[in-house]
Design a binder for this molecule. Structure first.
Ligand SMILES: Cc1cc2nc3c(=O)[nH]c(=O)nc-3n(C[C@H](O)[C@H](O)[C@H](O)COP(=O)(O)OP(=O)(O)OC[C@H]3O[C@@H](n4cnc5c(N)ncnc54)[C@H](O)[C@@H]3O)c2cc1C
Ligand code: SF4
Ligand code: SF4
Length: 1018
């Protein structure tokens, strides 16, 4: 039995006092000193792991003021604060052992859009893509680009002075900051913007902190002009934060924002920002240029800058190959044709043009293309190119590039690409030589890596693959960084070209030289006691002995992870490799990832949150000598009664409030819908349902399971018997008293009713046989060729019988010989709830039956996507020799090619709301639906949707009902109720259809039913 985890790293009394006082002073947001929140926010996308004392989620600016004011009181002078947005920093920027102030949860409102004057006012926690979506109707956009645009916040972007593709034209974040509302330590709010000398003089006269800041900063600028000029590099990516070189803008106005942008939360909290926005260029084109070596693409990029593009990005073959192996390649493959006789593509330049004048754009693109044609095949030049016109298509290529960046992290094995020298910048003319030397540093150590970069700005992205659990490899972080620092100096560049400094601030004194004390003066003005994100960028001159962080002296994730035994790590493999890139915090409600986070906005309820908690739990268990693999074995072997008394006692104690960290992990796991969007969409393929099931198995070896788990787990086994007498069952499920009892005591709501017309009856009426060795044996060779076997699942067979019969009818009308496999439990509900032993047993039995049928050579197809995809994912637990059960459309798309339909149909337009598991784990199958519809003369649009909130039985569990409704409201509700879609919507998931029915009282059809309507006219 797993032990109770009670002795953890406790929150220091000082911090508990601080939180308590904040609460009494009316703090409106959330105060989270719980271990789960602390663990989840202990990492970002860096190699570091620093446990904070607690997490604060401020509701508004007043909350920030409350925090800053309280931290200024003498008794709290040792309290340390670090602001946080999306937490996508790559170098520990937002990590702290004090308090995290996460502005993304509540402070994410767009306050004002002024299209006439082209500016917006936003709170610090607004996500960049969220902003651009709101601006789109006005034809405007916020220009600074970054790969993490769907989760990085404006506050984070300002504080790292983020930029990316297109920076040569559009500059960095600070170039678009018009004004900032900051909350300074002490609680004073200050609105900063570019000001005239007269205004500066007025501010300098002020008493107190604001006056002092303006006096001292201006004095530093005046006194140290020569040093500033010589120290700050003249690069597109010049220094971020404390940017003295730009204290006065081109027109000579004084602008404090140059200090605040890029300050990494070390000076103030950014509550609000007024941002400059630009008109979306009307026309765009992308030229994809192919090379036989990465070096050629790099060197040629410099020459291609003469053709005046908006941006040039280079990617190497490693990155390209990763994209090619991912579903994302489906959307762009046509733009990277590999012609007969051409060399393998080893480098690509993506050259973008934008313009408001179509002719101008075309002229520029044609001029470049002529040039490319002329030099084609010359040594060091490209051997081919393609051109993409239009923002929608171009965005697909950029999306591929962004995704490939994430995919770099998905290397197999223990060596994983890690960020520490990932954003160097050198003058573009030096880039190719710099990279060749940089590669040598990595090649000499035999390290694997992928490279891509903004060649136009001289920025290189590279993440060497290291196993940070290995102390020897950990040492390379220091060795390589030191070497790269020397290289950047040699090529007149920067170590921190894009992502900010974070723990790499240790190189700041050396870099700034005699200017560094001025940075310390600035830090001291804002933060005299070193409370604001200490150790980053500069230490305050007022604190003697204050240290900057050192790249090898901050606790690293690998140091934690290596405490978990190898075989346990293997069992929980997918949780181990989450690298914190934050793709699971995608803000977009019309994206499948991750409904439980979107519905709660609690970071513990996200794939990253759950992976972090599991890793910590594994570590704590290992520290207490528990072998979790052994424990799982014992749970499987033990009879129900063996552990019953102890489990009962533990459960009573738990319910009386006895602390156990496993309960915090359990809470996070119970919020998971097991929709599997993380498995498909996380770049690292973190598989929460998999490790969640393993966790639940051993957790319930210590505690009692709720009744609903047994109901759900046994549903597939009981349903055939119940279906023989549907009336009493249905009466019970519809009886208000029994429903109330079910809700209160069994933990289930709105249980569906069994269809009264049985499948067996329907098949008999249609003379359709159940598949068996005998019935298959009776088929002629010609019949066999056109035969298909439908694999039943409990949900459609018993609760939506008509759909199975409609599929039989559709396939019959299309000329196929349909058979139906005898019903056998699939086991998925067992897996979801961690009944691993029972799942394995059910899966083995079912797999054997299906393998026997499959040996006839007749294809097997399943109706419900989630149940069908179980055969290729969860079933891997029982071995590799699995039956191949295809989704309907996967099979039908080819079957219709082999046996085309004759006759004309009337064209209709349908709109598909695909099941999350299907669209994220079998993405090409969505396009296959479109092909199937096209083959029958129909148009099928695929709608972007999030999760419906039902996901199997999740939404039927009492404890999840409210969240299930909340998730539905985020995305589905509006689409389902929109008159624009009336009568056209189709849904592939049983769960989705039943959710729409229960919450909006509408019956959506399955695509099969729409097609049946179509072929009936044939
Ligand atoms: C896969 C990947 C790709 C990336 N690509 C790019 C890229 O193309 N370009 C780029 O510039 N960066 C890139 N980054 C780095 C990162 O996404 C950016 O630095 C981003 O701006 C951070 O935003 P965030 O909201 O996640 O901030 P966080 O990581 O939460 O915080 C970043 C810093 O800002 C501070 N901060 C956050 N909010 C506030 C606030 N309200 N007030 C005061 N301080 C605050 C924090 O204290 C911290 O120091 C990438 C990261 C990853 C993982
Ligand atoms: S779960 Fe996946 S998407 Fe989320 S932070 Fe971890 S690696 Fe990134
Ligand atoms: S399975 Fe779905 S709900 Fe659960 S963590 Fe993954 S994306 Fe989130």
């Amino acid at each position: 039995m797993i032990p109770r985890l009670a002795e953890l790293n406790p929150v220091q009394t000082l911090y508990l006092d601080f939180l308590d006082t904040l609460k009494h002073q009316g703090f409106e947001g959330d105060l989270n000193p719980d271990y789960a929140n602390r663990v989840v926010l202990a990492t970002d996308n860096s190699i570091y792991q620093v446990l904070p004392q607690g997490v604060l989620y401020p509701k508004n600016t007043e909350d920030l003021v409350r925090i800053a004011r309280l931290a200024d009181q003498p008794r709290f002078h040792n309290v340390v604060l670090s602001a946080r947005g999306g937490g996508t920093g790559t170098n520990g920027q937002s990590l702290t052992d004090g308090l995290i102030v996460d502005c993304s949860k509540y402070m994410n409102r767009i306050l004002e859009i002024n299209p006439d004057e082209r500016w917006v006012r936003v709170q610090g926690g607004v996500v960049k893509d969220q902003l651009n979506k709101a601006l789109k109707p006005y034809g405007l956009f916020f220009a600074p680009e970054l790969s993490t645009s769907n989760r990085a916040t404006i506050g984070g972007m300002i504080n790292t002075d983020a930029s990316g593709q297109g920076s040569v034209l559009y500059g960095k974040t600070r170039d678009h900051v018009l004004a900032l509302k900051s909350v300074l330590l002490g609680g004073e709010c200050w609105d900063s913007k570019a000001i005239s000398d007269e205004e500066l003089a007025v501010h300098q006269q002020r008493e107190g902190l604001i006056g002092e800041i303006h006096r001292v900063v201006n004095q530093i600028f005046t006194d140290c002009k020569a040093q500033i000029d010589s120290c700050f590099p003249k690069l597109n990516r010049c220094l971020t934060g404390y940017d003295l070189a730009h204290i006065r803008d081109e027109s000579g106005r004084f602008n404090l924002n140059s200090l605040l942008c890029g300050a990494e939360g070390s000076l103030a909290f950014i509550a609000e920002a007024k941002l400059n926005v630009l008109p979306i260029p009307k026309y765009a084109a992308l030229v994809n240029v192919k090379y036989d070596s990465f070096e050629s693409s790099l060197r040629d990029a410099k020459a291609l800058m003469d053709w005046q593009p908006t941006s040039i990005e280079t990617i190497d073959s490693k990155v390209l190959n990763l994209a090619m192996g991912d579903i994302v390649w489906d959307s762009v493959r046509d733009y990277f044709p590999q012609e007969e006789g051409e060399p393998t593509i080893r480098g690509i330049n993506l050259i973008e043009y934008t313009s408001d004048d179509e002719q101008d754009l075309k002229a520029k693109v044609e001029a470049l293309c002529q040039h490319l044609t002329q030099i084609k095949g010359q040594a060091g030049k490209s051997f081919g190119y393609s051109v993409v016109y239009g923002a929608a298509e171009i965005n697909k290529v950029w999306a591929m590039r962004k995704k490939a960046v994430g995919l770099l992290g998905n290397a197999q094995g223990d060596k994983r690409p890690v960020a520490f020298v990932e954003d160097t910048a050198v003058p573009p003319e030096n880039l190719a030589d710099f990279i060749m030397e940089f590669r040598k540093v990595l090649d000499d150590r035999g390290l694997a890596y992928g490279m891509f970069g903004h060649v136009d700005a001289g920025v290189l992205h590279v993440r060497p693959a290291l196993d940070m659990k290995d102390p020897e490899q950990e040492k390379m972080v220091r060795e390589i960084t030191d070497q790269v620092v020397v290289l950047t100096q040699k090529y007149k560049g920067l170590l921190w070209g894009e992502h900010g400094k974070g723990v790499r601030s240790e190189y700041a004194p050396e870099f700034f030289g005699e200017l560094y004390p001025q940075l310390q003066r600035i830090k001291a003005l804002f933060d005299p006691r070193n409370q604001m994100n200490p150790g980053k960028i500069a230490t305050p001159s007022t604190v003697e002995g204050a240290q900057l962080l050192k790249i090898d002296q901050v606790p690293m994730r690998g140091q934690h992870d290596r405490q978990i035994p190898v075989d346990v790590r293997q069992t929980y493999d997918s949780a181990m490799h989450c690298n914190g890139n934050g793709a699971c915090f995608n803000y977009d409600p019309q994206d499948a990832m991750c409904p439980s986070w979107k519905g709660t906005r609690q970071r513990i309820h996200s794939p990253k949150g759950r992976s972090s908690l599991i890793r910590e739990w594994l570590k704590l268990m290992s520290q207490r000598g528990t072998d979790l693999n052994q424990e799982a074995k014992q749970v499987r072997e033990a009879g129900f009664l063996t552990r019953l008394p102890k489990r009962l006692i533990n459960t009573v104690r738990r319910d009386r409030g006895e602390y156990d960290f496993s309960n915090e992990v359990h809470e996070a796991m119970m919020g998971c819908l097991a929709c599997k969007s993380c498995v498909g969409q996380c770049p690292i393929k973190v598989n929460v349902p998999d490790f969640r099931a393993r966790f639940l198995e051993v957790y319930y070896g210590r505690y009692m399971r709720p009744v609903k788990d047994y109901l759900v787990g046994s549903l597939e086994f009981m349903i055939p018997a119940l279906s023989r007498f549907p009336q009493p069952y249905n009466w019970a499920m519809q009886n208000p008293f029994i429903r109330a009892v079910m809700k209160r005591f069994a933990g289930m709501v709105d249980s569906p009713v069994i269809c009264r017309h049985s499948l067996r009856q329907g098949l008999i009426e249609r003379s359709v046989e159940f598949a068996s060795v005998e019935s298959i044996g009776r088929l002629t060779a010609a019949q066999r060729q056109r035969s298909v076997i439908i694999v039943q699942d409990a949900f459609t067979s018993y609760f939506e019988t008509q759909l199975v019969l409609d599929l039989v009818d559709l396939l019959g009308r299309l000329g196929f010989n349909v058979m139906v496999a005898p019903f056998m439990p699939n086991g998925k509900p067992l897996h979801v709830h961690g009944f691993m032993k029972a799942f394995n047993k059910a899966a083995e039995k079912n797999a054997q039956m299906l393998k026997d049928l499959e040996s006839s050579g007749i294809p097997l197809i399943g109706i419900d996507p989630s149940m069908t995809l179980t055969y290729r994912s969860e079933y891997k637990d029982i071995g590799d020799d699995l039956p191949k059960v295809q989704l309907i459309q996967e099979w039908l798309v080819d079957a219709l090619k082999a046996f085309p339909v004759k006759g004309e149909t009337t064209q209709h337009t349908f709109k598909l709301m695909a099941h999350c598991t299907e669209k994220t784990n079998a993405a090409p199958s969505i396009r296959q639906w479109q092909e199937v519809f096209a083959a029958l003369g129909q148009k099928l649009e695929v709608l972007a949707t999030g999760c419906c909130g039902m996901s199997g039985t999740f939404g039927h569990e009492t404890q999840n009902y409210a969240l299930s409704k909340e998730i539905y409201a985020l995305s589905w509700s509006e689409i389902v109720n929109s008159p624009a879609h009336r009568g056209q919507l189709l849904a592939t998931g049983y769960s989705c259809r039943s959710q729409v029915k229960r919450l909006d009282n509408q019956q959506l059809l399955h695509p099969v039913q729409a097609l049946l309507g179509v072929v009936q006219t044939l």
